[in-house]
Ligand binder design. Structure first.
Ligand SMILES: *Cc1c(COP(=O)(O)O)cnc(C)c1O
Length: 232
């Protein structure tokens, strides 16, 4: 990462926060109801340090080996919270439990079981979001809307995990408006599974579509490129 890219992080972060606030206000929502997860995958630990220095505390990573290395390098940043946002292999459950406060991509009962068996956790409980493939695209990860109930029940039975919401990835399209039906569908699905009282979080929206996601109820937006620049 060039020093120019690194130096631009505080300004880009501030701009993303400004856009989050504007979108929330437009939707009649409190700006504090949207939490920004800065997606730092493929970016060096020093980029995370720069965002942390500018006040950012929630960071998202996809790959466990990368996350483990960064968590070690940044262990001095005590109140930093790690969000695992990518698919999780069962044999990585121990690493996930040890570092993560949030997991966004729970997609099967066996994963809940594997995580719940762990003995060492970074947080008093692991906040878990179930990834749903709302659009039904074969290329997308996540449980089908029909399979969601079983995963939520497993979370309800678990000791160390708390089911706090749903996550989705919108189809990758140029016009962010085309992502709106996917975000709306996730919110409606949440409303059929106990509503915001049971599942307060909706993790949806990335660099190119987070404003639309906020208008549709996102409480966690996962933004990488707009903060850290393009991934090489
Ligand atoms: C990489 C990634 C993001 C961030 O994407 P940007 O377009 O860089 O903002 C968000 N969510 C998930 C699941 C990702 O893998």
């Amino acid at each position: 990462m060039s020093s120019e890219d690194l130096e631009g992080i505080p300004a880009r972060l501030a701009e993303v926060k400004r856009r989050i606030e504007a979108a929330a206000t437009r939707a009649g929502r409190a700006p504090e109801s949207v939490r920004l997860v800065a997606v730092s995958k493929n970016k060096p630990a020093e980029a995370i340090r720069a965002a942390y220095a500018a006040g950012q505390r929630d960071f998202g990573e996809n790959y466990m080996q990368e996350l483990t290395q960064k968590a070690e390098a940044l262990a001095d940043l005590k109140d930093l919270q790690w969000h695992v946002i990518g698919p999780i292999q069962r044999n990585k459950a121990k690493l996930v439990a040890r570092v993560a406060s949030f997991v966004h991509a729970i997609d099967r009962v066996e994963l809940v079981t594997a995580l719940d068996k762990q003995t060492e956790f970074a947080a008093p409980f692991l906040s878990a979001l179930v990834e749903v493939n709302v659009s039904g695209e074969a290329t997308k990860h996540g449980v089908s809307p029909d399979g969601l109930g079983a995963v939520l029940e497993a979370l309800g039975r678990s000791t160390h995990l708390r089911g706090v919401g749903l996550m989705t990835m919108a189809p990758f399209v140029d016009d962010p408006e085309l992502a709106r039906p996917t975000f709306k569908a996730l919110r409606e699905l949440r409303d059929r599974h106990g509503g915001a009282a049971a599942l307060p979080h909706l993790s949806m929206g990335m660099s190119h579509d987070f404003e639309v996601a906020i208008e549709e109820g996102a409480t966690l937006v996962r933004v990488g490129t707009a903060i850290f620049g393009a991934r090489g």
